[in-house]
Design a protein around this ligand. Structure first.
Ligand code: SF4
Length: 208
């Protein structure tokens, strides 16, 4: 059986620890997607856009994989989920379960960001349960954010913060269904509570 060593400082409680959740985003992967922002990241990229997600000891929302999957499935517009962070691969086991459930129930797809590179995730010392989550991912966007390689100009890149990051279409049939994308975009969401959320990447702003 494959060994799954724990990451220093990360406590697996059996529940997912999420920093934020958004419905119906169109800028964090192809189509209309739920966005799950995970809590906890140890990569320390300079000028990270979400440093508030770094702390491994902060508990955002504690939720079971089953309940998170139910929430994503409850919106009929969702074509899939995107995991961002934070570092989603710190919670690979639980997220793999969410993705498995939504795929089995409604054929929803999974896009995942990671500060790890694909080679790190598939190499000799991957984070725990990386193999389980990789099996569920249709599109992986990998690598640390490198501020000097920021991609906010027209045509500079899609769905990524810096040009070193690479899109890995792990499910070829998902890749074939996608239209061509020309530039990064960002969105502004106003929640019922009045909270204003910016999401996506530099470039155009989508207007609803
Ligand atoms: S991997 Fe992402 S969340 Fe983590 S420090 Fe880098 S940019 Fe920030």
């Amino acid at each position: 059986m494959k060994a799954h060593p724990q990451i220093a400082g990360y406590k697996d409680t059996g529940l997912l620890n999420i920093h934020g959740y958004l419905e119906e985003t169109k800028v964090n992967g192809p189509g209309i997607r739920a966005l799950v922002v995970t809590q906890g990241c140890h990569h320390g990229c300079k000028n990270c856009q979400n440093p508030e997600t770094w702390d491994l000891n902060i508990i955002g929302e504690s939720i079971s994989a089953f309940d998170l999957a139910k929430r994503i499935l409850s919106n009929p517009k969702h074509e899939g989920v995107t995991y961002s962070g934070g570092e989603p691969f710190l919670q690979a086991k639980g997220l793999s379960e969410v993705s498995r459930i939504i795929r089995e129930e409604k054929g929803l797809t999974t896009v995942c960001y990671s500060g790890y590179t694909y080679n790190e995730l598939t190499g000799n010392s991957p984070p725990p349960y990386a193999d389980l989550l990789l099996k569920q991912i249709d599109l992986l966007i990998d690598g640390r954010y490198v501020d000097g390689l920021k991609t906010n100009e027209f045509g500079a890149g899609i769905f990524r913060g810096s040009s070193n990051q690479k899109l890995w279409w792990l499910n070829p049939s998902f890749a074939l269904k996608q239209k061509k994308f020309d530039t990064n975009k960002c969105e502004i969401h106003i929640k019922p509570s009045g909270e204003i959320i910016f999401t996506g990447f530099g470039g155009d702003t989508i207007n609803y």
